[in-house]
Design a protein around this ligand. Sequence first.
Ligand code: NAD
Length: 481
Amino acid sequence: MEILKNFVGGKWEELNDRDMGDVYNPATGEVIARVPFSTAEDIDRAVEKAADAYASWRKVPVIKRTRYIFQYLEIVRREREALSRMVTTEHGKSYVDALAEVDRGIESLEHAAAAPTLMMGESLADVASGLEQTYYRYPLGVVAGITPYNFPVMIPLWVIPWAIVTGNTLLLKPSEQTPMTTVRLVELLQETDLPPGVVNIVHGAKDAVNALLAHPRIQAITFTGSQPTAAYIYETAAKYHKRVQAFSGAKNHAIVLRDAHLEPSIDGILRAAFHNGGQRCMATSVVVVEEAIADEVVARLAEGARRMKVGHGFEENVDVTPLIRDAHRARVVGYIDGGVQEAAELVVDGRAAMKQFEKGFYLGPTVFDRVTPAMRIWQEEIFGPVLSVVRVKDLGEAIEVTNRSRFANGAIIYTESGKAAHTFREEIDAGMVGVNVNIPLPVAFFPFGGHKDSFYGAIGENGKDAVQFFTRKKTVSTRWF
Ligand code: NAD
């Protein structure tokens, strides 16, 4: 059984006597690797190496730092299929979705190559008579990235290039549930000429994260994960006076109006709700539909959900792939049981599919009708293949219901009315908004991030926002006598 290693100062470190976690193949339920849980001393050693590397890395001109990104980009492109196979193996998502994930990571690398332009400051010649002012951007120092299980390539590739191209050195703490692909990403980084210590991997869970949060030499934390952890990270990082951004949980609503093109809309909702087993922070988990067309929409959703193919990620045309762990599946099943108890109308029951599989963490798509904001299945993030339908009288009520959620990552409207789409755009409280778009994921040059309890922080991910997050400014006032 492979035991994963930390990568510190350019060397792989064995931590075979630490506490360990199991990494599973969710399609078979087999343990495929073990991951060590770094201690505070392990983190300390890695921070020291990252700090040593920072002393010279921050002086490397940004154009040269960018050339490492170009080198890495070519290697990741070359390994696109192999990385995607690893994602499917340790996460369970379909190979098609894994390829799409790797492609989103590649786009981040491509955009990070624009760092010389994005790092520019601004100047004004005459702020007062004979006085000029300019600001420059500088790196922060040693920074840390803490990533979730559901995008083991994309999210590390939203962190690595931006953290280092701006001149910082990085400790990356991948999810202990899907650490293998991230390890592979760093092995590939070794094929570039990147100096040792610029990127380091430290494995672990809560204790490792606590050590990162408390470490005085770590300047900033970028985190993505569930809402309770995000709140904890945000509060604790602030306690230690660190810069922090914490991308959090979601409950994305899709509003369907009576003038929507139902065929593509329903198809899009089904994919957004059930692909990846619903384990996406941009997954659609609630449909808010006008009463006038609700019966037809529910019937179509039910028919589509029943037709969806449940299976492992390498199967042709698979729709619903397994959940990450048995315990997570049990949690999702608990929500389905709870929905039934709360008297939501169970239209399609995904629990039935569990019996078809002897091994693996499978769960079929579930659809509930007549869900209300009083129910837990509406209020909480389930992060599984469970779709709730809320019936409303009109657009105004649809927006009101959507805005009542404590989460506000993404929101979508399906309509042919420009006026309705405009009202939705202006009134909806969400960070990423779509009009007839199934997953309104921003491409690499637009900022990613939600509102309310879906994001704690001020500066988003990717592009200009990433440069802003990973740099600080120095404003220089100059006068010549
Ligand atoms: P998680 O919160 O369990 O774990 C995320 C990271 O935090 C992991 O690296 C984990 O080791 C660490 N962690 C977990 N518990 C901790 C604790 N108590 N103290 C300190 N560190 C801890 O999240 P997950 O299950 O890996 O990921 C799924 C969640 O992430 C979902 O809620 C999903 O919505 C969210 N997510 C959000 C976005 C976004 O951009 N908003 C993107 C992807 C996933």
